[in-house]
Design a protein around this ligand. Structure first.
Ligand code: TRP
Length: 320
């Protein structure tokens, strides 16, 4: 039995990559093993490292919760933890910041990538992994489901946990283990699906918008059956991921008839396959009171989990 945690940054609606890479594996995992405390984090403080997300931050958190519910998560089995509801997490961020060396933080991949891309780098972008360590360690997570790109952040959380346990000579923090989901669905340009790369398929967008996103899928010059070529064939790869491997031959035929045709068919498949989820999403998003109640309940439960930890940490730093 394990304490489980996963999280999504609230920068808008979760896209197909999030659904296949995080939401479905979480649902699958809870069916497979007995997890004791299941926590789903909506990282609405992490989203703010890009100032454009201040606007709509509240609604974006609702959207994430609505997608989880629409995809069939049982809200009774999970604690939904909206990061900003637990102020202790930002308190821990401070204690962790004084523990973790600046020089190492500067070398984190995600930070270096941001430096390459942007001119204005705020301090929050640098301390992003420290806040992530705080929300992982405060929830006493033993298993954390993350994308491959988040593994380094998880390692930082482990280092901090070890260091503080050492300083205090007490095992306050559990060292979290990662679960990484491979075989994610590629984005429309063939690289990892991500909102910032503008290569997403948004299951919950309007039909027109979904059609547009599918039309954007980059294709090869010509379809080829050869294994080596198939691996590179982006449309084929997205299609197979959604339709299932057993449909291989059918999909090949569709691609052979022309990519335009295959795209139209893929569009139809998506609309059909996710019909229920799309309707449920609209249903939940119209009921913000219900969503807020779920967050409030989650906050109450989280407070109980974090109380003992924060007490120990304050005592250790003589801030009690
Ligand atoms: N950084 C994660 C992402 O962008 C989101 C996240 C924040 C998270 N805190 C977390 C994921 C804690 C798992 C556990 O995907």
């Amino acid at each position: 039995m394990y304490n489980f945690l996963t999280g999504i940054k609230s920068t808008g609606r979760p896209h197909l990559g999030n659904v296949i890479g995080v939401i479905y594996p979480t649902i699958f995992l809870t069916k497979l093993t007995k997890l004791t405390k299941n926590v789903i984090l909506i990282a609405n403080l992490h989203s703010l490292t890009n100032l454009k997300y201040i606007k709509n931050n509240k609604n974006n958190a609702y959207k994430i919760l609505a997608v989880w519910l629409a995809c069939g998560i049982d809200s009774k089995q999970f604690i939904f933890y909206r990061q900003s509801d637990i102020t202790e997490v930002t308190e821990l961020l401070w204690f962790f910041s004084i523990i973790y060396p600046y020089n190492r933080l500067k070398l984190v991949h995600s930070f270096k990538e941001n430096v390459k891309k942007q001119q204005r780098i705020n301090t929050g972008i640098l301390t992003y992994p420290i806040l992530m360590a705080a929300d992982i360690l405060i929830s006493k997570a033993e298993l954390v489901l993350v994308g491959k790109d988040q593994l380094q952040h998880l390692e930082i959380a482990r280092q901090i946990a070890k260091k503080i346990n050492n300083i205090i000579a007490k095992k306050i923090f559990t060292l979290p283990q990662s679960i990484v989901i491979e075989n994610l669905i590629p984005g429309t340009d063939g690289t990892k699906m991500s909102k910032t790369k503008n290569n997403i398929i948004d299951l919950f967008a309007s039909k027109k918008e979904i059609k547009k996103q599918i039309r954007k899928i980059k294709t090869q010059k010509q379809f080829s059956h050869k294994k080596k070529e198939l691996l590179k064939d982006n449309l084929y790869n997205i299609y197979i991921r959604l339709a299932g491997k057993e449909k291989k031959e059918k999909i090949k035929k569709k691609c052979q008839m022309g990519y335009e045709h295959a795209k139209e068919e893929l569009y139809k498949l998506i609309i059909n396959k996710f019909k229920r989820e799309r309707n449920l999403y609209k249903y939940y998003l119209k009921r913000k009171n219900k969503l807020e109640t779920i967050f409030k309940k989650g906050a109450k439960k989280m407070k109980k989990i974090v109380n003992s930890t924060i007490y120990e940490v304050r005592k250790a730093f003589e801030c009690n």
